[in-house]
Structures are given as C-alpha cells and as structure tokens.
Design a protein around this ligand. Structure first.
Ligand code: ADP
Ligand code: MG
Length: 571
C-alpha cells in the first residue's frame, strides 16, 4: 500500500475548504455527480470513436445512503481510473482531468461530448461535508482497481481494490454536523434542484409503479404494482432538442416540468439556439404578467451542460427580461465571478443582446402572423415590452413595429397607425400630434367620456412605468407627438375641425357651478372648466396642466430599477 502527500501549493487547503470556500455546502453533490457524468460521457465517447471496445449499454449513476455507516455513495459506470490516474487526477489538485480530456480528443468532435468539468473546487468539495472520503475505482482499461482514502489532511493512502465493476464509487463519511446529507428527503431535494436535467440517468432508491390494468381485469381488482428504479432526472430536456422536433404541447409540458407548482400555461415560448460566436441553448416563456411586477416567483434558471447553476441571471439576461421564465444553458458564461465582471465580459454582453434580439423577433413574428392573438395577450405582456423600450434602445427600435396602444373603445393601434388615425383632429397650435391617454379607466371616467364626446381617441396606458415611457417616445419622435392625459387643461387647446359644441347649461347655471367649485379648488394648480355636451358627460371638470402633473410623477417614481417604481399617482 502506498501513502504519500497530496500535491498542493497551499500548506493545507482542507480547513479552507470546510470553512471559507463555500457557504453553500450542498454543492458538493453537484460536483460529484458532474464528475460521474463526465466519466460516463467520456466512456461513451471512447466507445463511439472505437478506442474502447466495450459494448455500449445504458449506463446510470446511482446515489445511495447508508445510515448505519453514516455514508453517502455516488456510483458511476464510467471510465474509472487506474492507480496512476488517481495519483495524477486526484492527488495533483490543481489539475483538471476534464480539460486534459478535451485537449487530447479535440480533433474528434470532443466538443460534442458535453463534458462538464469543474465549477469550482470539483472533487475536493466533498470535504465540505465529509471527514473521510474513499474512492473505489476500476478503469475501462484492463488494470487492477484502486482504492484511495483520505481523512481531510494532506495525507492519503492508495492501494489495490477488489472492485470488479468498471466505474467509480465515491464514499463520503459524513461529518456529524452535516447529517442532513444522510436524509432521503434532503438528498432528493438537492438532486431535483441541481440534477433534474442532467444527461445521464440518476437513480436514487426505488419506487412502486402501478401497472396498467390488464384487459380482462375486473373493476374491483387491485392494480398490480412493480418496483422500479427511482430515476430523478429527465436526461433529454426540451431545450436540448431542435425546435423542429417540438410542438406547442411539448413546450407547455416542459414548462410544467420546470415549474411543477405553476398551473397556468405560459402565453408563448422562445427557443434559443446558437453555437457561434458563443454556445447557448434554452427556452424562455412569457408568463401572464399583468401589472404586478413583484409577482416573480419562478425565475429563469441558468444551466451549464444541463447542470443547474443558479436562478440569478442578473447581468446575463437584460433586466427587463428577468420577468420571463424558463432556462438558459451556456458553457460560455463565466461562473464564480462578480456581477460587475460579468457585465463587462464580452461574451456575456453578446449573449445578452442575442437574447434581446430573439425576444424582439419572436414578438414581431407573433404580431405579424396572428395579430388578433397578440392583441389578446397584450395586457399580460406589455410591462415587459414597455420596460424593454424604456431601458434598451435596440429593443425600442424593434418594438416600434409591435408595441400597441389600446384605445378606450377597445381597439389596438401601433404608434404609426394611431398617428394616422388622429392626424385630422388631434393637433395643437404648434401642429404637434396630441395623443390623449388615460392611466385609469375608472377614476378618469368622466374625462374619458368628455374627450370621446368631442370625437377624440383616448389611449389607455395603465402600466406603472408609463410616465417614463411617454417621455421617451416623445423624444424619439423629435417632439412631434405629445402625450396628454385626459384630465389635463391642454385638451382644450386641441384644434377641433368640427363645429363648436354647445353646452346644455345656461350662462347663469355656468356661473353658479363655476364659482362654487373655485372656492374649494386651489387656483394656482387646477382649472375649473364647464361643459355639458350631452347627458353622459359631466357638467364640470377640474383639469391640471400636463407638465405640472408629469413633473410631480417623475419626482415620485424616480429613476431606479423597475421593481422600485411605484404606481402612477392619481391627481
Ligand atoms: P474537473 O472535473 O474539472 O476535472 P475535479 O476536481 O472535479 O475537476 O476532478 C478531477 C479529476 O478527477 C477529473 O477530471 C477526473 O479525471 C477525475 N475524476 C473525478 N471523479 C471521477 C469519476 N467519478 N470517474 C473518473 N474520473 C474521475
Ligand atoms: Mg469536476
């Protein structure tokens, strides 16, 4: 039996591993299962290129808990390691076998192997939860099996082992204060979180499965049950397939697989799929959003080679799209780096603008192909679009062609269409087009009625960021259009080409109403206007200069991120 020293430059990394490196001890399991997956994928690759003459079967990874011995076992049927390889790959910590494998086979499509490699500390993260770790491993090469043991110091032992099956078993002797990792429920939770879509089947225990009833079975017969492997993962998740292989129903069922507690179907999906100049796959879903920006429970999940990494995609996905759901899988996103680094990273910037472009293109194509459907969904998706128009100039440009302006008479116009619609009637003295809008159908009801009675179109803009958005649209249109809320005194300045409408009030009545209102309404801020065009419109309205209200609103909602924006204040 050989003993020796693990080759590390740092005096003793183990206390470090245990205390400082990861606050998240649980990621050890992700690392070990990633290694087991890599080992299996490597063997598959060697079989495929004819280097390993072994019959290809369906290899799996198994996780086992032994409560009596306080051990957790991760067992694979992959390439295994010879004694020399253990020396090299395990004892020389700074060495990544994954990188070496890719280097060696780089001429034989090794890119397609899906090898995962390390996220961080790799194998040694086992010592975050175990005081002793054993490796029993038998290589696919015809060599004796090896048995490595290490008790969390730089000393290790390496001897021959009697293991006969090809592959590797990692045995973790779990620390007393990490006993949670010996609970079935905790391990299931971790497997579901990190490994739900990994490419090799992962078995954890068994389960009972009901067999379909035989044709001649009687009503009262108990269904027959069989015991089957409890496979945790779906090795072929939808995002790894080609869009042409999938129907809408497949996308919806993948959505419920991703978010099992989410019962509402998504509105539509966007399949991401690029391999140059970076590699990225994924599926994004537009859920029903409404105006509630805080209702964001199921977030976009980030994967690398089908291993879950995080649900914090800040910096990778533009902020306005973080309200979407779904998955993104890319080996090209650097992990374990700060967010500010991420934002400065060239590849990440490209990824972010690719995603923005794809989303805009998809919205455009739904708008073009099925406008009716798009209009129906508008109110559920508009916050994302409006926020995107506000925050990303590229998106603003593209959104010009599909952003909708619903009117109070329940029609939907694009800005261009709206401009044409109102150009006759709604211009002011400076010849600007005036878009009248309401931000609340109920509280501004009488103002809407009044504007409609005058033959004006009123657009309903009720999302929380509207005051910022209209400012932006005015700018982009070189101030040739201006948005004016229905309760503004500005409405009076519109040039009406039709004949003057006559109020139903007598002069005397007008005077009485006006003076009694003016005693209670502060003159410096509001104007009292009298009108009664028909029995539906109010005889008197109180209006406010548009610029005054807007200034107040901008001050109140401030800049900041979208989730910090309050609701539009009513006057
Ligand atoms: P990385 O995965 O980035 O190479 P690790 O520290 O996770 O780094 O693993 C180091 C090396 O140990 C691997 O590259 C591989 O060569 C070897 N190894 C680890 N686990 C296994 C396993 N289950 N089967 C075969 N080799 C393994
Ligand atoms: Mg690894």
């Amino acid at each position: 039996m050989a003993t020796g020293n693990i080759n590390v430059s740092v005096e003793n990394i183990f206390p470090l591993i245990k205390k400082f490196l990861y606050s998240d001890h649980e990621i050890f399991l992700r690392e070990l299962i990633s290694n087991a997956t890599d080992a299996t994928l490597k063997l598959n690759h060697l079989i495929r290129i004819g280097e390993a003459k072994i019959e290809a079967k369906h290899p799996k990874i198994e996780i086992k808990i032994n409560k009596e011995d306080n051990t957790l076992h991760i067992i694979d049927e992959g390439v295994g390691m010879t004694k020399d390889e253990v020396e090299k790959y395990i004892n020389e910590i700074a060495f990544s076998g994954a990188e070496e494998f890719l280097e060696k086979y780089k001429d034989s499509d090794s890119k397609d192997t899906g090898i995962i490699g390390h996220f961080g500390l790799g194998f040694y993260s086992a010592f975050m939860v175990a005081n002793k770790v054993e490796i029993k491993t038998k290589s696919w090469k015809d060599e004796p099996a090896a048995h490595w043991t290490c008790e969390g110091t730089t000393k290790f032992s390496l001897e021959e082992s009697d293991k006969t099956d090809r592959g590797t078993e990692i045995i973790l002797h779990i620390n007393d204060d990490e006993k949670e990792f010996l609970e079935d429920q905790r391990i299931t939770e971790l497997l579901v979180k990190y490994n739900k879509f990994m490419p090799i089947s992962i078995k954890f225990g068994t389960k009972e499965k009901e067999l379909p009833k035989a044709e001649d079975a009687k009503e009262e017969d108990e269904p027959k049950k069989v015991t089957v492997d409890n496979i945790i993962n779906n090795p072929n998740p939808a995002w790894t397939k080609q869009p042409t292989e999938l129907e809408d129903a497949d996308y919806n069922s993948f959505y419920s697989e991703l978010y099992p507690t989410q019962f509402e179907e998504p509105l539509f999906h966007i399949h991401l799929n690029v391999d140059y100049p970076f590699n990225l796959t994924g599926i994004l879903y537009f859920p029903k959003l409404g105006n509630d920006l805080s209702a964001q429970k199921d977030k976009i999940q980030l994967y690398q080679n089908q291993v879950y990494v995080t649900d914090n995609v800040e910096g990778i996905v533009p902020e306005f799209l973080t309200m979407l759901k779904g998955v993104i899988d890319s080996p090209d996103i650097p992990l374990n780096v700060s967010r500010s680094y991420l934002q400065a990273d060239g590849a990440v910037k490209k990824i972010s603008s690719y995603i923005t472009r794809k989303v805009a293109d998809k919205l455009k194509s739904i708008f073009n192909d099925n406008r009716e459907d798009f209009e129906k969904k508008w109110n559920d998706i508009k916050v994302v679009i409006e926020y995107g128009m506000l925050s990303e100039d590229k998106f603003f440009e593209k959104a010009q062609s599909f952003a909708l302006y619903p009117t109070t008479d329940e029609k939907f116009y694009t800005l261009e269409e709206l401009k044409n619609e109102i150009s006759e009637l709604q211009t002011d003295k400076e010849d600007k087009l005036v878009i009248l809008y309401a931000s609340n159908k109920d509280t501004q009801h009488s103002y809407i009625k009044r504007a409609e009675a005058k033959g004006y179109k009123v657009v309903l803009l009720d999302s929380p960021i509207v005051s910022h958005l209209i400012q932006k649209i005015e700018q982009e249109n070189e101030q040739k259009v201006s948005f004016v809320r229905v309760d503004s005194d500005h409405v009076e300045n519109l040039i009406k080409k039709d004949t003057e409408q006559v109020s139903k009030l007598s002069d005397e009545e007008k005077e009485t109403v006006k003076t009694s209102f003016e005693t209670v309404v502060p003159k410096e801020r509001y104007t009292v206007q009298l009108e009664a065009l028909d029995s539906d419109t109010a005889p008197v309205v109180i209006t406010q200069p548009e610029f005054m209200r807007r200034m107040k609103e901008m001050q109140q909602s401030g800049g900041g991120g979208m989730f910090g924006m309050g609701n539009m204040p009513e006057m």
